[in-house]
Design a protein around this ligand. Structure first.
Ligand code: SF4
Length: 363
């Protein structure tokens, strides 16, 4: 059946609000038609540059303006990244996602280092993903040429609710970056977070934005907010497992071929809850004791869960063939020294400002 790209919010809400057993049955059926239900991809998320971010994302402990206990780090070296990737591979990961707390990519030495990290991991026969902030077309091409498999750029929430979470960049800039990635052969990873105070309509709105992209993202992470002390969302109530299952199942139904990734918030879920998410169509997880900066289940715990559920880790490049890495000296794309103007809407978000004020009083 051809993939539908004209989902409306009403249609998606209707799916999200179905009686749970019906929703699960429908999602599991679509899942089986498009994926092996006993295979789950295991990815490792590596924070290659932590903290000190100029953005004001209300959920994020890496934003410099909030007072959290986070220890920041400058960009890791290529060798450090290689060592961690080898460790992840030995523990069963087929994909490494490198995250840097940047607003956007800047041409220069640090980006050149990231390109080298991409080449290095690709040569280890692992899928390489990066999440580095906003990106121009030329930068996307350079990453593609280095052998990048996927680029992550989350929409986070609906366009309407985005204005309640972030004031330092616009939703359109996110879409523009995704579009720049789409001009290359790099796959798109884009999803969001639930539990930030948004409504079911906002959740549906986010799924509209993702599912109406053509092609749809190859990977969609669904995160449950992990409230971190010092951030504007520190007091947010955790989402229930039912909301998570509904979100996963709905994402599966509206994006049948996508890898739906169970991301942050797994430590708050029981194994039974996670099993229900896998049944509902989640087929990817992040392994490792940290998800950038928030806690994540231990690798051994995950492997025990896989054993109990009869799940197998997905092999690298099962969905798409391995890209070739072009060495820096043979690159066809120049460092353009671009200074793109990404927007700064600059509206006021009360809880973000309060968290910022608190930081000043603590400092
Ligand atoms: S989510 Fe990313 S862009 Fe936003 S503050 Fe955190 S590191 Fe910066």
């Amino acid at each position: 059946m051809a993939t539908k790209h004209d989902w409306t919010k009403e249609e998606i809400l209707e799916i999200y609000n179905k009686p749970l057993m019906e929703l699960l049955y429908e999602a599991a059926t679509i899942h089986r038609q498009n994926h092996d239900p006993n295979t789950v991809q295991v990815s490792t998320l590596l924070s290659i540059k932590t903290g000190g971010c100029p953005e004001d994302c209300g959920y994020c402990p890496q934003a410099a303006r909030y007072h959290t206990d986070l220890e920041g780090n400058d960009l890791m070296s290529v060798n450090q990244v290689k060592a961690q990737a080898l460790r992840a591979k030995a523990a069963g990961s087929s994909r490494v996602c490198m995250g840097a707390a940047w607003r956007n990519v800047k041409d220069g030495e640090e980006f050149d280092d990231v390109l080298e990290m991409v080449r290095t991991i690709n040569k280890l026969e692992m899928e390489v993903c990066c999440t580095l902030g906003m990106l121009t077309e030329n930068q996307a091409q350079r990453l593609a040429e280095a052998g990048l498999y996927a680029y992550n750029h989350n929409l986070d929430t609906s366009e309407d609710y985005y204005k309640e979470v972030i004031s330092t960049r616009g939703f359109d800039d996110r879409l523009k970056t995704i579009d720049n990635v789409r001009k290359t052969n790099v796959t798109v990873c884009s999803g969001g977070i639930i539990g930030m105070g948004e409504s079911a309509e906002d959740r549906a709105g986010m799924l509209v934005a993702l599912s109406t992209l053509n092609p749809q993202p190859e990977s969609v992470p669904i995160n449950a907010l992990v409230p971190v002390e010092g951030t504007p969302m520190e007091e947010q109530e955790p989402v229930s497992i039912w909301e998570m299952v509904r979100m996963v199942a709905t994402a599966r139904i509206v994006m049948p071929e996508t890898q739906v990734r169970l991301s942050a918030g797994r430590t708050q879920m029981s194994r039974e809850g996670q099993a229900m998410c896998f049944f509902a169509g989640a087929n990817s997880i992040f392994a490792g004791d940290k998800l950038l900066t928030t806690p994540n289940p231990d690798v051994n715990e995950d492997m025990e869960m896989f054993k109990a559920l009869g799940l197998n880790p997905q092999k690298a490049f099962e969905k798409k063939e391995q890209p070739k890495s072009v060495d820096a000296e043979h690159s066809q794309f120049q460092n353009l020294g671009e200074k793109p103007k990404w927007s700064r809407p600059g509206h006021k978000i009360e809880r973000n400002l309060q968290a910022q004020e608190k930081r000043k009083t603590k400092a």
